[in-house]
Design a protein around this ligand. Structure first.
Ligand code: UDP
Ligand code: MG
Length: 311
């Protein structure tokens, strides 16, 4: 028997939980026929909901023994909910899915096939359209992924959803990332492994409202950059270094022209001031470079993730 754990973060989702359970039941029915040797475990993570979410989940758990729950003392955010779910999942395969049916459960058999039959470590999903999303949100989301792609060493795919199935091995690797400020999309990329990408068209939520305001997303984006890139710290020294060089040349030229009597003293004095300010920036940049290394060390990330060994 194989166990498939489904981790479902929920924050104030009383309206959608019944729909979700119904859809999920259909999908589990499909599995019963196609994969009779696979059992399910549904782990609902209640992220400090203020509505009837927890009550509904408990009712489900009472009547369906596949349903389990973890309830947070307050809202810790989706990333923390995913972590808690992964930590408690016992499955040979683990999948995380939004409760609002924007991650269609009907895609699950195909995802499962990729890891069980096709030998992938993971099957992930990406939206190829952002239909139904506010235009401004789509615009900034695309810019964000473009930027991340440029300044991060790890791969972060545009339109990627958190909806993904992983083997036990990859789940353990994700859990070994002790990042406190978690950016799961970056973590998936960081741990590596072979991923099959499945594409689908954006689906709007069945009910309820998105939990992400524009500001919450902007802050999430900035945190994603900071968690996976030290580029903002390193750029300081590059700018400082370049400016120092430019103003050094300028100051020398100004000094020569001043001595020759062509220019007054003002350009020379301005040059000296600019030279010292840019040198300051350069010095801060060097300190920031060390800070960026210290920052990465304090994350205590694993040195590597091995996939196979005969030791
Ligand atoms: N969610 C959560 N904690 C939060 C925000 C969201 O657990 O602080 C859950 C939410 O209940 C849903 C999923 O994360 O299952 C995705 O949220 P949402 O649908 O609001 O995001 P969107 O699809 O608009 O990006
Ligand atoms: Mg959603």
């Amino acid at each position: 028997m194989k166990l498939l754990s489904v981790v479902v973060p929920c924050w104030n989702e009383e309206e959608v939980i019944p729909f979700f359970y119904e859809e999920m039941n259909k999908t589990m029915g499909v599995f019963e026929k196609e994969y009779p040797d696979t059992a399910f475990e549904l782990i609902f993570v209640d992220d400090g909901s203020k509505d009837r979410t927890l009550k509904l989940i408990k009712e489900l758990a009472a009547k369906d023994e596949r349903v389990h729950y973890i309830s947070f003392s307050r809202n810790f955010g989706k990333e923390a909910a995913l972590y808690a779910g992964f930590l408690n999942a016992k499955g040979d395969y683990v999948v995380c899915m939004d409760v609002d049916l924007q991650d269609p459960p009907s895609l699950l058999p195909e995802m499962y096939e990729a890891v069980v039959k096709e030998g992938y470590d993971s099957a992930a999903t990406r939206r190829v359209t952002r239909k139904g999303e506010p235009l401004i949100r789509s615009f900034f989301a695309r810019r964000f992924y473009r930027l991340m792609d440029k300044i991060c060493a790890t791969e972060i795919v545009d339109g990627a959803r958190d909806y993904r199935i992983m083997t036990r091995q990859m789940t353990d690797a994700v859990l070994s990332m002790g990042d406190y400020n978690r950016f799961t999309k970056g973590i998936y990329g960081w741990v590596g492994f072979n991923t099959k990408w499945l594409e689908f068209e954006n689906i709007e939520r069945v009910a309820g409202e998105t939990k992400w305001s524009f500001w919450k997303l902007l802050i999430y984006a900035i945190e994603g950059i900071i968690a996976f890139s030290t580029f903002p710290l390193e750029i300081i020294s590059w700018i400082g270094g370049a400016l120092s060089f430019i103003f050094l040349i300028f100051t020398i030229v100004a000094a020569v022209f001043y001595a020759g009597g062509t220019w007054g003293s003002v350009p020379f004095i301005a040059g000296v001031i600019a030279l010292f300010s840019s040198f300051n920036l350069f010095a801060i940049g060097i300190a920031a470079w060390y800070l960026s290394k210290t920052y990465l060390e304090t994350k205590n990330r694993p040195m590597y993730v091995a996939k196979e060994t005969d030791l």
